[in-house]
Design a protein around this ligand. Structure first.
Ligand SMILES: CC(C)(COP(=O)(O)OP(=O)(O)OC[C@H]1O[C@@H](n2cnc3c(N)ncnc32)[C@H](O)[C@@H]1OP(=O)(O)O)[C@@H](O)C(=O)NCCC(=O)NCCS
Length: 199
């Protein structure tokens, strides 16, 4: 028996529905598609922890860890899939995840999307739904995020979902022997607007 068998999967059937997306949990079957999306230098460049090249085995390791993280309530990663009329499983195009810290009642939020689908407002739509989950379902007080300096797409998403710019942690990250500024944003529960986001 593993330790997971003692844990309750409180949100096992949860799906976050938005206008265009159904946001479900990942399964191990998603590994090839996750690898297809993440094996991309343009994702690697702006993400802290993504390996490159990104193999199916990397996807499998990540999927296993985030499933365990969800059981512990430490990590909730939603698979953003495009809704379709045919009732088929929608195409997986990205991920929005939060990592709660219940001591401080806050969470970090992060996201990545398939480059083929960038610029259509999908990340904004998905991230807004995950903020709702964080504040209304988990009852968290604060959600925060950072992005590498120069990642204007991430900055724009954070502003569009109502997050406020807080400042810069200078040369906070080191990636490939280069120090990179961390641009920080946050939103409080009482600032979250159910209806506020623009595509
Ligand atoms: C960040 C990311 C998830 C955004 O996904 P997306 O689905 O394209 O996001 P959206 O379409 O909802 O919004 C993107 C916004 O950024 C804007 N944008 C994109 N590139 C930009 C640039 N170079 N300069 C200014 N704005 C830019 C888009 O125009 C859009 O804003 P608009 O709606 O006002 O036109 C995607 O670019 C990605 O996966 N990047 C790699 C991983 C990453 O950086 N993750 C975040 C780490 S902090």
């Amino acid at each position: 028996m593993t330790s997971n068998e003692y844990m309750v999967d409180s949100y096992s059937d949860l799906i976050l529905n938005t206008d265009r997306l159904a946001m479900r949990w990942f399964s191990m079957d998603d590994a090839p598609r996750v690898a297809e999306i993440c094996n991309n230098a343009n994702l690697y460049r702006t993400l802290l922890l993504l390996p490159f090249p990104y193999l199916i085995s990397d996807a499998e390791t990540w999927l296993k860890s985030q499933y365990e993280g969800r059981l512990c309530g430490k990590m909730y990663d939603f698979a953003a899939t495009i809704k379709n009329d045919a009732g088929d499983p929608g195409l997986l195009i990205g991920c929005v995840g939060i990592k709660p810290d219940y001591v401080h009642n806050n969470a970090s939020i992060g996201f990545w999307f398939d480059e083929a689908h960038w610029g259509n407002g999908y990340c904004t739509e998905a991230a807004h739904a995950v903020l709702r989950f964080a504040f209304k379902t988990l009852g968290l007080h604060r959600v925060f995020a950072g992005h590498f300096a120069g990642n204007e797409a991430s900055a724009r998403v954070q502003k569009k979902i109502g997050m406020s710019f807080e400042g810069v942690q200078r040369e906070h990250f080191r990636k490939n022997n280069e120090y990179i500024d961390d641009c920080m944003y946050s939103i409080l529960e009482n600032e979250f607007d159910e209806n506020m986001y623009t595509r």
